[in-house]
Design a binder for this molecule. Structure first.
Ligand SMILES: [Zn+2]
Length: 418
């Protein structure tokens, strides 16, 4: 199961090559271990949703010691094993540099998610004078004034949006450099892939939720700079924590989403993309309805947790070692993640019977501890042991994945093919 052999298979069978997205909803089945694709395909059964079965970010690959090549090869073998011929996408996720993007393009990825988050300015604490000074220093101050200042921008289904000078200054300063970064990566990819590709821009890791005005400016500016993007990941209100359901003010979420969906429809249509989409069951129905099917959801950690559940059932001794390592690594591994887990609330492992172990995977505190420790576990000797258990019980693993990811698709109201 080498990447050379995956490429050789792809040359024989064109259905093993990732392809561009058709219209309609799409779902990202991230797989950090590399053994989940058959289970993901079974979750799809006959559902009308385009699957992205190779989807890992640069950060995930760094933590698991994999490459874009490994991730695609694992997905290709899973698709081949299941004989799934309806087509799939491959998403090189959270790309920060052009080099990362061009490397993934060479290997055959079809979707590129640009993360220009490091170039988003933190303007929330700026005074009006500071915002004005920073705005005057932008490379395209005149363009922004001409395009936006006091223009009445009519968005059907939302109303009229208008940038007063202070709004414009803050919004432009916040996103101008991120937009230029996203445009530069897009231009590099366009040269390399003249026949086309799918492009997502993600600004989902900002300090504050994206406002409709911010969304409007980001999308308009990307278009003005020639970027044909297919999806946009915004930061939504509330807590989008890893591996657990969303928490927050639901009526605020719904009304913001309605506004964002209206903008995406009028300026696109393009998909709204929900990142950290694992286990956000309370949002799915609204997300699917308000976007009228123009959505993309990314998951990854939840499939790793399914694998741990299988380990808890089939090899409790190994699971205890994984749990102990995850706890030991928590203070380090939690960095860069938004979490509310408190390891102090997790019962001592030695007090739990083997039958109680699977509950640890579903309880919030331990679930998040496991969720962020995937890199430490998969790069240790326990990673190989976990793979061995999953391979020995592959049908159990696939069945658990099909059930859990099937619940995601069901909650998103994905319909069956006629
Ligand atoms: Zn993201």
């Amino acid at each position: 199961l080498t990447s050379e052999n995956a490429v050789a298979l792809q040359e024989q069978f064109s259905w093993l090559k990732p392809r561009q997205f058709p219209v309609g909803p799409s779902f990202g089945f991230g797989d950090r271990i590399g053994l989940a694709t058959p289970g993901h395909i079974r979750a799809l059964s006959d559902k009308q949703v385009f699957p992205v079965v190779a989807q890992q970010s640069v950060r995930e690959n760094a933590r698991t010691g994999r490459t874009f090549e490994d991730v695609l090869a694992d997905a290709v073998f899973g698709v081949f094993q299941e004989g799934y011929k309806r087509g799939f996408g491959a998403d090189a996720d959270h790309l920060k540099t052009d080099e990362e993007a061009t490397e993934a393009a060479k290997i055959g990825y079809t979707m590129f998610t640009c993360d220009p988050g490091d170039h988003v300015a933190i303007v929330e604490s700026f005074s009006a004078e500071e915002a004005e000074t920073a705005f005057e220093r932008l490379p395209d101050t005149e363009g922004y004034l001409h395009e936006y200042l006091d223009q009445e921008i009519r968005i059907e289904g939302l109303g009229t949006l208008r940038f007063a000078l202070d709004d414009l200054q803050r919004t432009a300063v916040k996103y101008a450099y991120a937009i230029r970064r996203a445009a530069a990566m897009y231009n590099r990819l366009s040269e390399q892939l003249p026949t086309g590709f799918d492009y997502e821009v993600s600004v989902d890791e900002t300090e504050t939720p994206t406002t409709p005005l911010e969304h409007l400016l980001i999308a308009q500016e990307l278009h003005r700079q020639g970027v044909q993007f297919q999806s946009l990941a915004l930061r939504f209100v509330g807590a989008m924590e890893k591996g657990v359901d969303w928490r927050g003010d639901f009526s605020q979420f719904s009304s913001d989403l309605r506004a964002h969906a209206a903008i995406a429809r009028v300026l696109g249509p393009y998909r709204l993309s929900l990142h950290s989409g694992s286990d956000k069951f309370s949002l799915y129905e609204t997300f699917s309805r308000e976007t009228a099917g123009n959505w993309h959801v990314k998951t990854a950690g939840t499939s790793y947790l399914v694998a741990l559940e299988v380990a808890a059932q089939k090899d409790p001794a190994l699971f205890r070692e994984i749990a102990a390592l995850s706890l030991a690594r928590f203070s380090e591994d939690r960095k860069s993640y938004h979490l509310s887990a408190d390891p102090g609330r997790i019962p001592p492992l030695e007090e739990l019977s083997d039958l109680q172990l699977p509950d640890l995977v579903s309880t919030l505190d331990s679930r998040q501890v496991f969720h962020v420790a995937y890199g430490s576990v998969l790069q240790s000797a326990l990673g190989g042991e976990l793979r061995r258990v999953l391979e020995a019980h592959e049908e159990v693993h696939y069945h658990a994945l099909a059930r859990h990811m099937g619940r995601h698709l069901g909650a998103l109201r994905v319909t069956d093919n006629a």
